[in-house]
Design a protein around this ligand. Structure first.
Ligand SMILES: Cc1cc2nc3c(=O)[nH]c(=O)nc-3n(C[C@H](O)[C@H](O)[C@H](O)COP(=O)(O)OP(=O)(O)OC[C@H]3O[C@@H](n4cnc5c(N)ncnc54)[C@H](O)[C@@H]3O)c2cc1C
Length: 319
């Protein structure tokens, strides 16, 4: 087995999801390498050795600055061919998903996506994938010589093992057709704290909040806990909270350590996006709300009373 992990970076930081995948891959294959692709990425590349990479390949070129998938497909495909990698792993994100799909097509390789765990190595590598609304876990293998895997956000925590990677520059050979798409504009979402893909703690608001203004009580709780605020589709469709915070079938699939739902009914389309959370706590005034069926702790009551009390308790505990 020779494994390559795509180390997506934002600014000088490699994304937590990618570092988690790197750590898991290094457990299965001590020869795991990482690849960082972008412009001015030397600092980002230097971090990767601490998280399990034996080698880090760096394609650093102004032509790679925009976070577009096709140039990344070109660089990774070339690297896989030059170094003979048989497995390429990605931590799921919009960019990683597009790049993984393009790479699978380019290398005629099998792509298993939404993996929540990895086992074995070499030809015996197995990806674990939830199916049928997350009610069963399926073992996925690959029949192609090159295996590509896209791992669900939050599946693995980064493991800082303190190693030191050998960093090697690689060429940024971009195909003509890969330059046809250009980045017209890029807007950074104003936010404080972690994104919902990265946060260990998610405080999720549903339609039971009653108004967009009421999200402020969840923001206070999330801030006290050091987490992020997420939402349901009903909330997003009503324009109460931004789409990137939506959990579920048509939103993001997340696995935080703690999920707190306030005024969330627990519809199946929401459940498939959060049921692999380690601990699920629900606050709902309806004792028969479906979310209580898959919650570890349930509070039956009015969120307008309970959420502020919870925030005060957390603040008091933290001192
Ligand atoms: C094809 C398709 C895809 C979908 N994809 C998604 C998806 O990705 N993500 C998603 O979330 N949904 C998705 N949905 C929508 C989903 O079916 C539900 O409609 C939605 O999840 C409901 O959101 P909610 O829990 O916020 O609202 P509701 O179902 O209206 O629930 C509100 C809850 O708040 C409780 N409540 C009300 N007031 C209070 C109070 N004061 N205190 C405490 N509790 C209170 C109520 O008892 C109720 O349980 C999809 C639907 C379809 C058809």
């Amino acid at each position: 087995m020779s494994t390559l992990v795509f180390l997506e970076h934002h600014g000088s930081q490699i994304q937590r999801g990618a570092l988690g995948v790197l750590g898991k891959a290094a457990q299965l294959d001590p020869d795991t390498s990482g690849v960082v692709i972008g412009s001015g990425v030397a600092d980002a590349a230097a971090q990767a050795g601490k998280f399990g990479a034996k080698n880090v390949y760096v394609a650093d070129d102004a032509a790679l600055e925009a976070p577009l998938p096709q140039p990344r497909v070109d660089v990774i495909a070339q690297l896989v061919q030059d170094k003979g990698f048989d497995t390429v792993l990605f931590g799921a994100s919009v960019l990683a998903s597009d790049t993984a799909a393009g790479l699978a097509s380019r290398l005629d390789a099998g792509l298993n996506w939404d993996l929540t765990d990895l086992e074995g190595s070499g030809a015996g590598l197995i990806g674990k994938r939830s199916a049928l609304g997350d009610s069963i876990v399926v073992d996925c293998g690959w029949s192609s010589p090159i295996k590509i895997g896209l791992v669900r956000a939050g599946s693995f925590d980064p493991n800082e093992s303190g190693g030191d990677a050998a960093v090697e520059s690689i060429p940024a050979n971009v195909e003509d057709f890969s330059t046809k798409a250009t980045m017209v504009d890029q807007t950074k979402e104003e936010s404080s704290g972690p994104s919902i893909d990265e946060a260990d703690i998610l405080v999720t608001g549903g339609r039971g909040l009653g108004s967009p203004e009421n999200f402020s009580i969840l923001e206070e709780l999330a801030a006290a806990l050091g987490g992020a605020v997420a939402s349901t589709r009903a909330v997003v469709d009503s324009g109460w909270y931004p789409y990137p915070t939506q959990i579920g079938q048509t939103g993001k699939v997340v696995s935080p350590k703690l999920y707190i739902g306030a005024g969330v009914s627990g519809a199946i389309q929401h459940k498939v996006g959060m049921q692999s959370s380690l601990t699920i706590v629900s606050i709902n005034k309806d004792a028969n709300a479906p979310i209580f069926e898959f919650s570890d702790f349930g509070v039956v009551g009015d969120l307008n009373t309970i959420v502020p009390q919870l925030t005060e308790l957390v603040k008091a505990r933290k001192g």
